[in-house]
Write a protein that binds this ligand. Structure first.
Ligand code: SF4
Length: 234
């Protein structure tokens, strides 16, 4: 099955516990004011991939000791059938492991999904898409409701475990305030133009705290990277 993808990254360390594979799906109809990922809104603005290709990345991440998979976007539930297939496959590959993921707690790798939909907006198709998720972060990003809660962008967003593994893995984090770096900065050569020798793209992975994006802009400028476009500005 084909899925429209914004990007992938391993190791991702700012969206869930441990070192994880991050997959960002393309397309979001929710248009939250203040969204930092406006480049993911266009449903055809990413790269079409086979789910199998993403699962190969997951297999590789598991081999490298991934603690989990985080699927974000964009809005992952805008492609419910592909999301369901991805999570089903990821759960199958994880359960085939003879050793637990390198999480330090002896547990297998977990599957975490971010959605801008509220729990009450999860209809049958969306629930089915999340059937294999161990935990879900739900709710729109509300710029006027900042929070210090780890891995959440605004105070209304809920982190909800959905499986036994999710309940154990996420129990220490449900009400925990963020205490480490909230954003991971990755510079990708040529990504901005698609040409290897073209200008680099800077990817900021994570949930920035209030006022953090301008600080990163200043930091990048001090290090010789002046941003031409910013995904958090209209
Ligand atoms: S914050 Fe998330 S749900 Fe809201 S518009 Fe941006 S990508 Fe969509």
């Amino acid at each position: 099955m084909r899925v429209e993808v914004d990007g992938t990254h391993f190791p991702l360390e700012t969206l869930g516990p441990g070192r994880r594979l991050g997959i960002w799906l393309q397309g979001c109809p929710l248009a939250c004011p203040g969204c930092m990922s406006r480049h993911t809104w266009d449903p055809r603005g990413g790269e079409p991939m086979d789910v199998e290709r993403l699962l190969a990345l997951w297999r590789d991440a598991l081999d490298r000791g991934a603690a989990g998979l985080t699927v974000s976007g964009g809005e992952p539930l805008a492609q419910p059938a592909a999301l369901a297939e991805l999570l089903r496959g990821a759960a199958r590959l994880r359960s085939g492991l003879t050793r637990p993921g390198a999480t330090g707690d002896g547990l297998p790798a977990d599957l975490l999904v971010y959605t801008g939909y509220e729990e009450s907006e999860l209809d049958a198709a969306r629930r089915a898409a999340l059937a294999s998720a161990d935990a879900v972060v739900t709710g729109r990003f509300r710029v006027a409701e900042p929070t210090g809660l780890v891995w959440r962008g605004s105070a209304n967003q809920r982190l909800t475990p959905r499986t036994g593994l999710g309940r154990i893995r996420y129990a220490p984090h449900l009400d925990r305030e963020a205490d480490g770096p909230a954003v991971q900065v990755v510079v990708e050569s040529g990504r901005a133009s698609g040409e290897p020798a073209g200008p680099p793209a800077v990817r900021l992975y994570g949930v920035p705290r209030r006022g953090e994006l301008p600080r990163w802009e200043r930091w990048l400028k001090e290090h010789g990277l002046r941003l031409r476009e910013r995904s958090w500005r209209p």
